[in-house]
Ligand binder design. Structure first.
Ligand code: HEC
Length: 105
């Protein structure tokens, strides 16, 4: 009985951890799906900005950091202006990458 209780609380903890956004996992997503345009630390790649003929805001800037998680998620999944939706990032990865972007400031 006692053993069963311990096991249950363990699996509940694991489930909780899986639900919460994970900025550490988000870094891997960012490096794979965002870094080429937004740079390693959120400072946009100037060559990409020039090529796309658009000013890309620094992800560390107040403008971006003050956006809600929901707004940021929407930009990733639906795109914004000249940024196309990032279709290779789905499900939990969206939450994780948004959590990581919030650590860039
Ligand atoms: C192919 C290049 C490219 C990739 C890949 C890319 N972006 Fe972007 N992103 C852009 C461009 C260009 C803009 C500016 C869009 C505009 O203002 O027209 C932008 C804008 C943004 C903005 C909004 C800034 C503002 O002006 O409001 C956020 C936030 C953002 N990107 C996050 C991400 C994240 C997170 C990822 C990875 C999941 C990502 N981007 C992947 C090119 C890219």
């Amino acid at each position: 009985m006692r053993k069963w209780l311990v096991l249950t609380s363990f699996s509940m903890l694991a489930a909780g951890a899986a639900l919460a956004a994970d900025a550490g996992a988000g870094k891997a997503v960012y490096d794979r799906a965002c870094k080429s345009c937004h740079g390693a630390d959120g400072t946009a790649n100037p060559a990409v900005a020039k090529m796309m003929k658009v000013e890309i805001k620094d992800l560390k800037s107040h403008d971006v950091q003050s956006m809600s998680d929901a707004d940021l998620k929407k930009i990733v999944t639906e795109g914004k202006g000249k940024m196309r939706p990032v279709t290779s990032v789905t499900g939990n990865q969206v939450d994780d990458v948004v959590a990581y972007v919030k650590t860039l400031k």
